[in-house]
Ligand binder design. Structure first.
Ligand SMILES: Nc1ncnc2c1ncn2[C@@H]1O[C@H](COP(=O)(O)OP(=O)(O)OP(=O)(O)O)[C@@H](O)[C@H]1O
Length: 251
């Protein structure tokens, strides 16, 4: 059974159709990337998958369960986590406290006093494991507002991992992250491959083509191609769609 199935999803803002009959599957353990020119509707699609935005029509299922109308917290509890572009980090709290709260969110418990939160060993252990996976454990005691941009991105990843997801929605994780930090992030995602099902939206084409098992190309809200990176790269319609765009499909 596919982990995530999107069937005939539609979303319009007034006269503008932003999601146009989108269907796709993400298989267990797959890293499926969605690429497309600016304004193609990638973020809007992810917002509908995470539960932030309701589709006009269509269906989304996770492990065979219809989640089309499920709330964001319900989806998180079912194992679907979204990271990036939406920043839920509490700047005045430590890295560890931020992640501990994300662990709590998965457990469905209500917001509690921080002193209690960090004293709970199980919570702490789960939070530290997520921090280690995201490569930010050495900054556990740092105040979130003092993190560099790259560290911020790693904390967001740790917060998503802390909800123990089966499936991660990664919305432009490399945006604003440059050079070595970007390479390290790609390596981290590579190391997570297989253990998590991932839907990745990313403008960095080198990263996409290095990481993805399959790539879907979204243009004006429609998927114009889905396939292995090599197939998609060679697809004439994809190359035409990218002509004049600032991003390049690597040859
Ligand atoms: N709430 C909204 N109301 C009206 N129009 C919207 C809304 N959200 C997005 N749009 C429009 O929908 C289109 C798709 O936007 P979206 O952000 O999903 O594209 P994208 O592929 O993620 O773009 P980018 O790569 O630049 O992030 C754009 O034309 C955008 O202006």
């Amino acid at each position: 059974m596919s982990r995530l199935v999107v069937e005939n999803l539609n979303k319009s803002f007034g006269a503008l159709t932003v999601t146009d009959d989108v269907s796709l599957t993400v298989e267990p353990g797959e890293l499926h990337a969605i690429i497309g020119p600016n304004g193609a509707g990638k973020t809007t699609l992810v917002a509908q998958l995470s539960g932030q935005l309701a589709p006009d029509s269509g269906r989304v299922t996770l492990d065979g369960r219809d989640i089309t109308r499920a709330s964001m917290p319900e989806r998180v509890r079912m194992g679907l986590a979204r990271s990036f572009q939406i920043t839920q980090i509490l700047p005045g709290f430590t890295v560890l406290e931020n992640v501990a709260l994300a662990v709590q969110a998965r457990q469905g418990s209500s917001f509690r006093f921080f002193g209690d939160v960090v004293r709970e060993t199980a919570l702490n252990d789960a939070a530290m494991a997520a921090l280690a996976e995201a490569g930010i454990d050495e900054r556990a005691a740092a105040i979130a507002s003092e993190l560099s941009h790259g560290e911020h991105r790693r904390l967001e990843l740790a917060m998503a991992l802390a909800t123990k997801p089966s499936t991660l929605l990664l919305d432009e994780p490399l945006a604003g992250v440059g050079g070595e930090e970007s390479d390290a992030f790609v390596a981290r995602l590579m190391a997570m491959k297989g253990r998590f099902t991932m839907l990745l939206i990313e403008h960095d084409m080198d990263a996409v083509f290095a990481l993805a098992d399959r790539v879907s190309v979204l243009v004006y809200g429609r998927i114009i191609a889905t396939g292995a990176p090599d197939e998609v790269r060679a697809d004439p319609a994809v190359r035409t769609a990218y002509l004049g765009d600032e991003e390049e499909i690597p040859a």
